[in-house]
Design a protein around this ligand. Sequence first.
Ligand code: AMP
Length: 496
Amino acid sequence: MSDGTNRSAFDALAEERTADHFHDECGVFGIYNHEEASHIAYLGLYALQHRGQESAGICTSDEQSHFVHRSMGLVADVFEKSTLNKLYGQHAVGHVRYSTAGESLLRNAQPFCAATDDGPVSIAHNGNLVNVASLRHELQKQGTIFSSSADSEVIVHLLARSRESSLEGRLIDAISRVTGAFSLIVLTADSLIAARDPHGFRPLSLARLDDAWVVASESCAMDLIGATFVRDVEPGEVVVIRDGELTSLHPFASTKESFCIFEYIYFARPDSNLLDQQNVYAFRKELGRVLCREYPAEADMVVPVLDSGTAAALGYAEEAGIPYETALIRNHYVQRTFIEPAQSIRHFGVKVKHNAVTGILRGKRVILVEDSIVRGTTLIKIVTMLRNAGAQEVHVRVSSPPTMGPCHYGIDTPDSEELIAHRNTPEEICKIIGADSLGYLSIAGLRNAAQELKHNFCDACFSLEYPVQSEDGNGIPQLSLFRPVVEADVRSEDRS
Ligand code: AMP
């Protein structure tokens, strides 16, 4: 736990960012056949910003060349109108990234662009591949030179080396060699291709915007641009959009679907509809109800940890018949850097982001609802904050089971040793975070609720039942890239 007393505010906030909510995975967006393709892609990425805040990129095609701009930072900072105007063409693919694999550098920003025999190819990838180490090793031994440590580059090299005659055939050949999670959007000179791994770990859906086709990670991106949802890309499906026609291919043997339950618990935006348009917010609220039935408590108010605990807290409050109060307020404008006064302030980092509403907390028994506990950092600080604001009792309720293991499929989770639930029982965690009681949703409760969605889920981070084994740590040397002394490329503009 950090109290920010003997370090700079920047350090404190950097730790906040590392330990807290800023680890989303990636978001992908594609549009085919729209005269304002780059602008629409910008809006799509804007709506998907919660899925990655480290870098953003858009690549467009005018059916001859690809035009790309990628940079570190938020979508609104990365693109200016003049940049979008220079991304010519009627087709576009875009990406927002938080690194789940690969270093945090501009060279890993996506879309990943390459020139192949079939013309330019640009790939936006969401998910994490679990056999890239061995594939990289194999490709490097054959002379392949990698320019990034992003998983997507492996796909591009496999595609370039494939002996299949068509570009679709080469792509299918390439992705049939990778295992793990991928929701991909591939822009070629004249087509847009969307593909999901056979387990369907990550979301990807199709929509229409007048005559254009849209592909996006989440429906919130479609809502912003006024597109009409058509359907999800199916697990193991490859959808080719060319000349306005959509062709659906199913090149892989079918396997059990393993959609990431954590998308529903935390990652996706609550207004998004995933899996046959089933709403995220409604599911989270239901988890809150189940949690209340499993772990009731006598209290005066139910308080969410904003924003992630909001829907579950509402469900809990409704089920319990206890008033819901936003007794913690969140500053939505927290930036990476800010100026700290010379004299350090206690708990500065956490107070920048959350503050308690003292007036309504004094003398009250609080049920504090959070969606998940990873290292415990957030709750240690927030329980202390509520007590300092006068709360008499703090009962913590978590709308997911204890996080026991890392995700190998694209959610950024620390190693098991850093997961508080891996090392401690709920009783011990309750003491560590300083709560009066702690209740986690049970795995059975989560699975029962998820049954209503009529899909199969991966809940390996809770159950340790991994649908695909990771090859990490099997003795294959990891790619080691040179690291720049000064990250000069962070600000450079990439335009071809
Ligand atoms: P921690 O403070 O380490 O216990 O992390 C828990 C907080 O981070 C909760 O507020 C969650 O909403 C959020 N969270 C849970 N899982 C992740 C993740 N994989 N990446 C980023 N934030 C997460």
